[in-house]
Write a new protein. Structure first.
Length: 303
């Protein structure tokens, strides 16, 4: 990962070459090529970035259970709406994921690439479902279990919150991305190998991750400059280094990450412009594209 961190630091220098970043320690560390501190920030802040919505909402076992049921019901609704399963089918998450694999044309997973070294009682409870069978569901009882058994048994002590599967945890963020990808597939069809997609305000890069796995020819992920660090770290952790080009590099790889102030010069070659936000995935073909409307909308969402 050291090579990736070095590339990210170089990209930050290119992004902020003419900007004053004094006072922002994260950007200063990357700009000054402090790889140790930059790596520490990305591991820990990205971890928080991915889970911020879940951690804000969940405080106890009942809330965790409600959240997992919400994910389960939303997954079922998504599959029914896309005719992947019937509404009256018996729902088995693992079997449904196999059907989703076939429908989308790639193996779906939910990677959690960030550090899990710091104990957190709710994720510990989420990953170790046998605790519920023994009525170990309170903060005190979970902490006690970790101290007496979890440490020596080397159990998972941290990670995403959501529906635990054999492929990782389905969080709200990953569920949203799957919903977006299904909507995109419905519009574009199976012509991904000849498609260049512009992922506007792409966040950490989950949509880009799935688009790449689905076979999209090229993806340009556009972020606010400081968020390019997070998406660069996420995607470089999941793909081969030759799959991703960071801003400032002269390689021509299938994923390009650029700051939002550079997107205007890249519009001509794009097949589709995508912005995914909340429960809506807005997909616009280049034939219907109005740059003024897009620019206004983009700035509003990025604020």
């Amino acid at each position: 990962m050291n090579k990736a961190i070095k590339r990210i630091c170089n990209s930050v220098r290119a992004i902020f070459a003419f900007e004053d970043i004094s006072g922002n320690k994260t950007l200063e560390n990357a700009y000054n090529n402090n790889m140790i501190k930059t790596n520490f920030y990305l591991k820990n802040t990205s971890n928080y970035y991915l889970k911020i919505d879940e951690f804000k909402k969940l405080n106890n076992f009942d809330e965790l259970t409600s959240y997992k049921n919400y994910i389960l019901n939303s997954l079922k609704k998504m599959c029914v709406e896309n005719e992947i399963i019937q509404n009256n089918d018996q729902f088995d998450t693992e079997k449904v994921l196999l059907k989703l694999d076939k429908f989308l044309g790639f193996y779906i997973d939910f990677p959690d690439i960030f550090d899990k070294d710091e104990f957190n009682w709710l994720p510990y409870l989420n990953y170790n479902s046998d605790l519920v069978l023994h009525n170990i569901t309170s903060l005190e009882s979970v902490n006690k279990h970790w101290e007496e058994y979890g440490i020596c048994e080397k159990r998972v002590i941290n990670g995403s919150l959501g529906l635990l599967t054999s492929r990782g945890v389905i969080s709200q963020s990953y569920l949203n991305s799957l919903t977006y990808i299904l909507k995109i597939k419905k519009l574009i069809g199976d012509n991904f190998k000849n498609t260049i997609i512009y992922d506007v305000n792409g966040g950490v890069g989950m949509n880009t991750y799935y688009l790449k796995k689905m076979g999209c020819m090229d993806i340009i992920l556009v972020n606010k400059p400081e968020e390019c660090l997070l998406s660069s770290y996420y995607l470089l952790s999941l793909f081969n280094e030759n799959d991703v080009t960071l801003f400032g590099e002269d390689t021509d790889n299938s994923i390009l990450i650029v700051p939002n102030y550079k997107y205007v010069g890249l519009l001509d070659s794009i097949s589709y412009f995508i912005h995914c936000d909340g429960e809506n995935a807005n997909v616009v073909s280049d034939s219907d594209f109005d740059p003024r409307k897009f620019d206004e909308k983009f700035l509003l969402i990025s604020a």
